[in-house]
Design a protein around this ligand. Structure first.
Ligand SMILES: C[S@@+](CC[C@H](N)C(=O)[O-])C[C@H]1O[C@@H](n2cnc3c(N)ncnc32)[C@H](O)[C@@H]1O
Length: 318
């Protein structure tokens, strides 16, 4: 999918096509071209602003552009592989011996009552990243309550020690409050809202951003809430659509810091060591799935990365 598609933006029905020569059609065309030019201009200005504000970091990042391009071309040229070679293992967790994906089962069997709206392939990633919280005390925040059905789904999956917090811009969503669910009304793009929210909710272990899906909303939410998430916590952002998606680009910038390598002076005979940046000390990993981004935090801050050689027999060439 290449457009900036969000579920909200999917039109239920396309309007009947207009005759091409009408003044309305010409005005529509002109508005579309102007909007496109405005977007390009704002992108170019953003690039110039970035270059001026952080010239050396900008140049370092720009130097990776040929490889970003190469990777983009590689993925576009990808051709379908022979299905016979696929490993007969499923990631669904529905096979004997593999932890059952109870979240997926809940969703599949939920056919009436308060609505849940999820891309089905998210369930594999949810289960992979969230199963270790099952049965424990866990504080789960979902941004985007809508028709309320996902809030009891999280509670059922994580168990009776799960506290669920919903955030939505629509006052109507308060109806989904109960003894284990609280709902806060606010705009996820408003940093003042998050300031209040953090004071009132000191502990969040799992965050699922399924709110407005605009990149700026997703960025502000991540900047405000990733540092607030407890160590060991999991941050999930849904509906990251489109290759040119700005949140996606932002996450690439964030993830690049995981590869920072600051060599630690010391006895090289014991191996090579690197000192983590503050970010590396706190953030365990960044994962990307179709339309979904997951960040995991370390349980404990990492003190060092070390590369070690164990064994006595080595080839002479290195
Ligand atoms: C896709 S729905 C959420 C679906 C729900 N999580 C589910 O699984 O069924 C998106 C929700 O985000 C809310 N929303 C939109 N913009 C928002 C914003 N700026 N801040 C907070 N919530 C927002 C909408 O009111 C809507 O209820």
């Amino acid at each position: 999918m290449t457009g900036e598609l969000t579920r909200e933006s999917v039109p239920a029905r396309q309007p009947a096509p207009q005759a091409k020569s009408t003044p309305e059609h010409r005005r529509g065309e002109r508005d579309r071209v102007m909007a496109m030019l405005e977007r390009r201009l704002s992108e170019a200005l953003g690039l110039c602003g970035g270059l001026l504000r952080s010239p050396s970091l900008s140049l370092r990042l720009l130097s990776t552009l040929p490889f970003v391009l190469r990777g983009a071309k590689f993925s576009r040229r990808w051709s379908a592989v022979d299905e016979k070679h696929a490993l007969p293992l499923s990631r669904e967790g529905q096979e004997p011996g593999v932890p059952h994906n109870a979240l997926r089962s809940y969703f599949e069997s939920h056919r009436e009552g308060p609505g849940i709206w999820k891309w089905v392939h998210y369930f594999e990633a949810y289960h992979r990243h969230l199963s270790r919280f099952v049965g424990r005390e866990v504080h789960v925040l979902e941004i985007g309550v809508y028709s309320g059905g996902s809030l009891p789904m999280w509670r059922e999956y994580f168990g009776p020690q799960c506290h669920v917090y919903g955030v939505d811009i629509e006052e109507a969503c308060r109806v989904y409050e109960n003894e284990w669910t609280s709902v806060s009304i606010g705009d996820q793009a408003d940093r003042r809202f998050w300031k209040r929210f953090k004071q009132e909710h000191p502990r969040i272990d799992v965050l699922i951003d399924d709110g407005g899906h605009e990149p700026e909303q997703q960025l502000v939410t991540l900047e405000e809430m990733l540092p607030h998430l407890r160590p060991g916590g999991v941050y999930i952002c849904e509906d990251v659509h489109g290759e040119r998606n700005r949140f996606n680009a932002y996450v690439h910038g964030v993830a690049a810091n995981l590869n920072t390598c600051l060599p630690k002076p010391g006895d090289q005979s014991k191996g090579i060591a690197c000192s983590p940046t503050d970010f590396q000390a706190a953030i365990h990993s960044v994962h990307m799935y179709p339309f979904l981004t997951v960040l995991e935090k370390h349980d404990l801050p990492v003190a060092e990365f070390s590369s070690q050689k164990h064994g006595t027999e080595w080839q002479p060439f290195l």
